[in-house]
Design a protein around this ligand. Structure first.
Ligand SMILES: Cc1cc2nc3c(=O)[nH]c(=O)nc-3n(C[C@H](O)[C@H](O)[C@H](O)COP(=O)(O)O)c2cc1C
Length: 393
């Protein structure tokens, strides 16, 4: 079986870092050497290659459900453009051979600051669903955030996952059910709970709806975490879900706190005043997110919202970010602007579609290696050294 280094050499993926010694640690440890890399995901040089493979393998409906967003998908574009606009300042003649990407969040060490963000229904992308994602995360030594809309029970995912899981909560209309769900996630070993606060209503997902109309996707795998939950038979308006609670307000944070024993993060913060309020209400962390441009189109790009939130938070709690991260340079820029870590959504769903667990680990490996290359070229050998001085202006 070829080693990871041999595989990367054969695909040319190590070109450009050949100055790194083969035994440099902790470089080259993202994927265990014995991980088999079947099919063609090993040929993917970047996230865009995996996206192209996913497009070939999925029905139009399933692909649109992942790649699409709200309305005219302007926020999806802005999320990317926000990163592209930022210029880096290289630094030369600094020994880059001992790069350390480790970072600590809530007492948990992460080999590198990239997590798999919560996305629902992985079985609609691959028959092994969340189990394949968890295996991919294992190989790449990353933490996965399991969605309320997971198509696999958390207890099954935990059996497979070798890294601690985090859990994402959509507050559901059946209020007592939320407590049971969080207790269930905690009992299964979830190390943090991310409450998604930006989805009182989802956006007009035109591409997704059109894709569904054209290719009638099937096989979403169900929602085993929601078994036993009561659904509303009548809702206020058809812009709201029958199961997700639209009427979630600041006064509910205390209630969420009352049964959440692990760090509680709010996912979907874009506004600095909301960030301040979240701290006042006692939350432990924030995820700057616009839901990957799936809810409110023309909402601000996350990387552009990040600086004012970081300034307001002023180090009191960790700030994470997602939305549009497709390159190691994007991860680096987010860290430079004060994020403690990033989450990815679509990229690993593309990897999952392209090749199951190895596709997921390939995505993480690409981002990690690109982050290491960026650190080497900017003379920043540890995460703590990445600050605003790496940016051009
Ligand atoms: C197919 C898909 C399903 C998603 N499902 C959820 C979910 O169940 N809960 C949630 O909080 N966010 C969900 N999200 C949003 C992601 O957690 C994340 O905010 C977003 O994908 C980040 O942007 P990116 O896709 O550009 O990386 C979903 C995103 C996608 C693409």
């Amino acid at each position: 079986m070829p080693t990871r280094r041999e595989i990367l050499m054969s695909t040319g993926a190590l070109a450009g870092v050949s100055m790194l010694p083969a035994n440099a640690k902790p470089l080259a440890s993202a994927v265990q050497d014995e991980v088999p890399i079947p099919g063609s995901v090993d040929k993917a040089l970047n996230i865009w290659d995996l996206k192209a493979m996913a497009r070939e393998r999925l029905t139009e409906g399933h692909f649109a459900a992942i790649a699409g967003g709200a309305a005219d998908e302007i926020t999806i574009r802005w999320n990317r453009e926000g990163f592209d606009k930022i210029r880096l300042r290289p630094k030369v003649l600094i020994d880059p051979t001992q790069i350390d990407t480790r970072t600590t969040l809530f007492g948990q060490e992460h080999a590198y600051p990239v997590l798999l963000g919560p996305t629902g229904g992985h079985r609609s992308t691959h028959p092994d669903g969340e189990l394949a994602t968890a295996r991919g995360a294992n190989h790449a030594n990353a933490t996965m955030v399991l969605s309320t809309f997971s198509s696999t029970a958390i207890e099954e995912v935990v059996q497979v996952a070798t890294n601690p899981l985090w859990f994402q909560l959509y507050v559901m209309r059946d209020r007592p059910f939320n407590r049971d769900l969080v207790l269930r996630a905690q009992a299964a070993g979830a190390k943090a709970v991310c409450v998604t606060v930006d989805t009182a209503t989802s956006g007009p997902r035109n591409r997704q709806t059109r894709g569904r109309q054209r290719s009638s996707p099937s096989g979403g795998g169900g929602q085993p975490l929601l078994q036993g939950m009561k659904r509303s038979t009548s809702v206020e308006s058809d812009i709201f879900s029958a199961s997700r609670e639209p009427n979630l307000t600041w006064k509910d944070i205390d209630w969420l706190r009352s049964f959440t024993q692990v760090p509680l993060l709010l996912k979907g913060i874009l506004d600095a005043e909301d960030a301040e309020r979240a701290i006042q209400e006692g939350v432990d962390g924030l995820i700057v997110s616009n839901h990957g441009g799936r809810n409110l189109d023309t909402s601000q790009a996350t990387i552009e919202a990040l600086p004012e939130i970081v300034e307001k938070v002023d180090g009191r709690i960790p700030v994470l970010i997602d939305g549009g991260i497709r390159r190691g340079t994007d991860v680096f820029k987010a860290l430079a602007l004060g994020a403690k870590a990033v989450l990815i959504g679509r990229p690993y769903r593309y990897g999952l579609a392209a090749g199951g667990a190895p596709g997921v680990s390939r995505v993480l490996e690409i981002l990690r290696r690109e982050l290491e290359m960026t650190m080497a070229s900017t003379g920043r050998t540890s995460i703590a050294q990445i600050d605003r001085s790496v940016l051009w202006s």
